[in-house]
Design a protein around this ligand. Structure first.
Ligand code: NOJ
Length: 538
């Protein structure tokens, strides 16, 4: 009995993350904008994705490039106007694309009117909207909680002589989600955008929302080693993933469900067993708690096979899985696994069971761009320099063509372009039938054509070494996916997997239609999808 989720657009579709600053600049200031996104919608339709998620576009001092919001219901002039936004909703929907916004409810900017009021005096009505605490007896921070961006999580306010808590920058004060007025205010924000027609939210750091009511010290992390980001010195057991957070997630879901066919996606970096709790009791939580396991998993077939099985086994009954290969916080997949394996990774993402989320530019194989010290924009890298936490390298402008500034902008872009952007760009890869861009297109098209890939069950097949082997099947039939994660050729004896058919797609894009005989051979770094020939399907 298929779960009801399988008919939903967010279960069947492919999600595509746009980092708006870097997608397309229409007004010539070197920063991407909403009009730029509108201009590129045909590209996304052609790629075959179903929904776009925009990182924040709201008014912001940009201390954390939009993840510090000063007005939840406006558009930052850098990105355009509310009219531009309405035009984007209309154009996206007109093109058959859903539009997902970023909701950042854990913290505001320190320039948000709520915080300005809250900070103004201890008895301001909004004082309790944020987390204010007295100093410790020695005058220092109230407890040992650390900011993810370096240093203490507490910032002292001279005027009112208390500290406010910030899980990220001091300019990103955390809201107090135990306060019902805060909840009501953010739920109104959600309704504002849902009424405008947005199709859902990706909720920033959703697992951070509620903190320990006693503000207990976090325990040390025994696995902490030099070279790790400083906040990893502690286990955030009291500052994140508190049990009460799940009540908030369920409340957010109820707001989502006031509207038809919308989605709640949670940003959650937790071990799989904790992550799946965010589906909620009776699946009344997030429909898609983002599964980031592929972002950090060692790129090894046995490790990945075990990870996929562990995730599949941990899912609550009826919960719909999802997989993410890249985002604006982690190094580009093509740099993590190398350009050859980036193709295999694409095939993995688009053949696993669950909603795939792509990150802009991964479809053209964009690499992590080296950022010179004087080019650093990311506050994380500025605060914690030199250990590789910087996120600028995965946020560089989309490479559209070989013109100046890669067709991204008429002006110098806010971050440097990749050195190879004159070759590795959409215009160049388009006509190349075997390019990674055309591989992505073919994978997405195949996922749409074959119901087994869209919503069939996942069945692992025994394999060893560098081979990752699985089947996706339903009552109508079965598709085999064989991925070679190594550089050496491998082969699979077809009787042992019992599959008759032909190669529907190879990552090299050169074996389509090849009949699978007694043995299926894969070249180094090759993945194939084997299934019934299109003509065999009645
Ligand atoms: C998670 C976002 O993805 C990241 O970019 C941001 O810096 C932090 N949350 C703080 O909002």
């Amino acid at each position: 009995m298929p779960s009801p989720a399988i008919t939903s657009w967010w279960a069947l579709g492919v999600l595509y993350q746009i980092y708006p600053r870097s997608f397309q600049d229409a007004d010539g200031d070197g920063v991407g904008d909403l009009k730029g996104i509108i201009a590129r919608l045909p590209y996304l339709v052609d790629l075959g994705v179903d929904a776009i998620w925009l990182s924040p576009i709201f008014p912001s001092p940009m201390a954390d490039f939009g993840y510090d919001i000063a007005d939840y219901v406006g558009i930052d002039p850098l990105f355009g106007t509310m009219d531009d936004f309405d035009a984007l909703v209309a154009a996206a929907h007109g093109a058959g694309l859903k539009l997902i916004l970023d909701l950042v409810p854990n913290h505001t900017s320190d320039q948000h009117p709520w915080f300005i009021e809250s900070r103004s005096s201890r008895d301001n009505p909004k004082r309790d909207w944020y987390l204010w605490r007295d100093p410790a007896p020695d005058g220092g921070p109230p407890n040992n909680w650390l900011s993810e961006f370096g240093g203490s999580g507490w910032q002292y306010d001279e005027r009112t002589q208390q500290y406010h808590y910030h899980a990220f920058l001091a300019q990103q004060p955390d809201l107090n989600w135990r306060n019902p007025d805060v909840r009501a205010a953010v739920y109104q924000v959600m309704r504002f955008w849902l009424r405008k027609g947005v199709d859902g939210f990706r909720v920033d750091v959703i697992w951070h929302l509620i903190k320990d009511d006693q503000f207990r010290d976090n325990p040390p992390n025994p696995d902490f080693r030099p070279g790790m980001p400083p906040h990893a010195a502690l286990h955030p057991v009291y500052s994140a993933d508190r049990p009460e957070t799940l009540q908030v997630v369920a409340e957010m879901r109820r707001v989502i469900d006031e509207f038809d066919a919308r989605v709640l996606i949670g940003e959650i970096y937790l071990p799989i067993e904790r992550l799946v709790a965010y589906y909620g009791e009776g699946l009344a939580g997030a429909q898609l708690p983002f599964n980031f396991a592929l972002l950090s998993a060692p790129w090894h077939a046995r490790t990945l096979a075990a990870l996929i099985e562990r995730y599949e086994a941990a899912l609550p009954p009826g919960a719909w899985p999802n997989w993410v290969l890249g985002n604006h916080d982690r190094p580009r997949v093509a740099s993590r696994v190398g350009p050859a394996q980036a193709r295999v990774a694409a095939m993995l993402l688009l053949t696993l069971r669950g909603t795939p989320t792509m990150y802009y530019g991964d479809e053209i194989g964009m690499q992590q761009v080296p950022i010179a010290p004087d080019q650093v924009r990311d506050p994380f890298e500025k605060n914690v320099p030199g250990i590789g936490v910087g996120r600028d390298g995965c946020r560089t402008p989309m490479q559209w063509d070989a013109t100046e500034h890669a067709g991204f902008s008429s002006a110098e872009p806010w971050l440097p372009l990749a050195a190879d952007s004159a070759q590795e760009n959409v215009a160049n890869l388009n006509p190349d039938a075997q390019s990674i861009l055309n591989l992505y297109r073919a994978l997405i098209a195949l996922r749409k054509r074959l119901p087994q890939l869209a919503h069939g069950d996942y069945a692992p097949l025994a394999a060893d070494g560098d081979l990752l082997l699985y089947r996706r099947h339903d009552a109508e039939g079965s598709v085999l996916i064989a991925l070679n994660l190594g550089a050496e050729p491998v082969s699979v004896v077809s009787e042992t997997i019992g599959l008759d058919g032909e190669i529907l797609l190879s990552t090299a894009m050169d074996r389509g239609g090849e009949r699978v005989g007694s043995e299926l051979s894969l070249r180094g770094h090759e993945g194939v999808i084997v299934g019934p020939a299109p003509d065999d399907v009645v």
